[in-house]
Design a protein around this ligand. Structure first.
Ligand SMILES: [Zn+2]
Length: 128
């Protein structure tokens, strides 16, 4: 007795929209809706239908490119006064520790604290 073909054709557009899986038209195995070939028999699937218009990206309102600045104030960064203030303050304590002669304070401040803080203070941030 010849094997009965149980494969069924599934409209790719309907399959992608209605069910998470698609059925292989050759062996009947279920595969992911976005698969391009069957994981059981390796038969290629038809190309999925293009996305409906409501899911397509909007093209009518191009947003301006973002602007980044190391200088201007943003929601998450200081303006010029804050940045310079932090730099002056950190430098003041660096001089204080240097004057004290404590080599551990100088090392911790100048090589750990200051780089971390000033790098964050002067980091570029999005201003628009
Ligand atoms: Zn298959």
């Amino acid at each position: 007795m010849a094997p009965v073909c149980v494969a069924r054709w599934v409209d790719p557009g309907r399959a992608a929209a209605d069910t998470p899986d698609m059925t292989c038209s050759v062996c009947g195995a279920l595969s992911r809706a976005d698969a391009t070939w069957c994981s059981q028999c390796h038969a290629p699937f038809a190309a999925p239908a293009p996305a409906p218009a409501r899911l397509a990206p909007r093209q009518d309102a191009p947003s301006p490119p973002p602007v980044y600045s190391r200088w201007r104030k943003s929601d998450t960064s200081f303006g010029p006064v804050g940045r310079i203030g932090w730099t002056v303050g950190m430098t003041f304590f660096a001089v204080l520790f240097l004057w004290s002669g404590n080599i551990f304070a100088v090392g911790g401040w100048c090589f750990i604290a200051m780089p971390l803080v000033l790098r964050s203070v002067w980091s570029r941030s999005r201003v628009s």
